[in-house]
Design a protein around this ligand. Structure first.
Ligand code: GDP
Length: 298
């Protein structure tokens, strides 16, 4: 990911090398190049505007450092602003004061929720928690089975409706799953919910009902970084329809241009917390804005 954005930014910085001082025209050209690079990476327009305004103001301002030449200064400003739009600090999971902590996953079908449920459970287990996965995706025929396989691989238990027990009510399963966790001493519950291929009122309502029934401590919106410009619209729909407290970006191992990653925090006001970087359980990282910015500017 980000390879084309990285190349464009690096080329922009290269053209500033050797300059003793930046004229207002240099700043204009640089900001224009940065703007173009961000737009090509599918970064949302309001975010591009916010970013370039901040870079321009700082590059023109009297922030002159003796230690850095103008090219280095621009790199530093861009780095700082990237960290800022990526959310600044690393945001960690908020655990309930009284267990179990309830974490609900929401997102479109295929975004990577079920895969993530396993990764998250494994991550929690490594932190000495005792997580329980709950299969509330009763929409997709194979979803319960897939979660059971994922749970087995991750070495964590899965609560699922009995097979043949009717289609089932996902809200009731979610509620029963949390109850089961409470009575059996699991301290974190991860609810895997259903998604649709597109945004859909019924799906949103179901997710909102699960939210109301279980009062989650965290609702993680799982977003496929590969969906490019649709990411912002999808994120807004989930923010308005269900609400969420954090974002997980998936498929960062692909060749996404990076727009989703760079836009979602500013657009929704919620931070990216985790990144999924492959199909295997270990392909999972905490999302660190500063490391992501360095990766872009590497
Ligand atoms: P769900 O419908 O949201 O539960 O999505 P799934 O977890 O079933 O994932 C959909 C597809 O994407 C599956 O084929 C996964 O193996 C794949 N997948 C999930 N996360 C990642 C990731 O981070 N990288 C890659 N390359 N594939 C992923």
């Amino acid at each position: 990911m980000f390879s084309s954005l990285s190349d464009r930014l690096t080329a922009t910085f290269r053209s500033l090398r050797g300059k003793g001082r930046l004229s207002p025209e240099d700043v204009d050209t640089t900001v224009r190049e940065i703007r173009r690079a961000l737009l090509e990476a599918d970064v949302a327009l309001p975010v591009v505007r916010q970013f370039t305004t901040a870079v321009r103001e700082r590059a023109l301002g009297e922030e002159v450092s003796q230690a850095l030449n103008p090219a280095q200064q621009v790199v530093k400003i861009v780095n700082d602003e990237l960290i800022s739009i990526l959310g600044g600090e690393t945001r960690r999971l908020r655990l309930a004061k009284t267990p179990p902590t309830v974490i609900m996953l929401a997102g479109l079908q295929g975004a990577g929720k079920t895969t993530l449920a396993g990764k998250l459970a494994r991550h929690l287990r490594n932190l000495n928690h005792r997580p329980l996965l709950v299969a509330c995706d009763l929409q997709r025929p194979n979803a319960v089975n897939q979660l059971q396989i994922t749970g087995e691989r991750a070495g964590v238990d899965v609560y699922a409706p009995e097979p043949g027990n009717g289609v089932g009510d996902p809200v009731a399963v979610a509620r029963a799953g949390v109850e089961h966790a409470r009575s059996q001493g699991y301290d974190v519950v991860v609810l895997d919910t259903a998604g649709r291929l597109g945004i859909d009122a019924e799906m949103m309502q179901q997710a909102a009902d699960i939210r109301t029934a279980t009062n989650p401590d965290e609702i993680l919106f799982v977003l496929d970084a590969m969906i490019g410009q649709d990411a912002v619209q999808t994120a807004e729909a989930f923010r308005d329809g269900v609400g969420f407290t954090g974002v997980v970006l998936t498929k960062l191992d692909g060749d996404a241009r990076g727009g989703a990653a760079l836009s979602v925090r500013s657009v929704t006001g919620q931070p990216v917390m985790f990144a999924s970087t492959g199909e295997k359980l270990d392909d999972f990282e905490l999302f660190h804005p500063d490391r992501m910015a360095s990766r872009i500017l590497d």
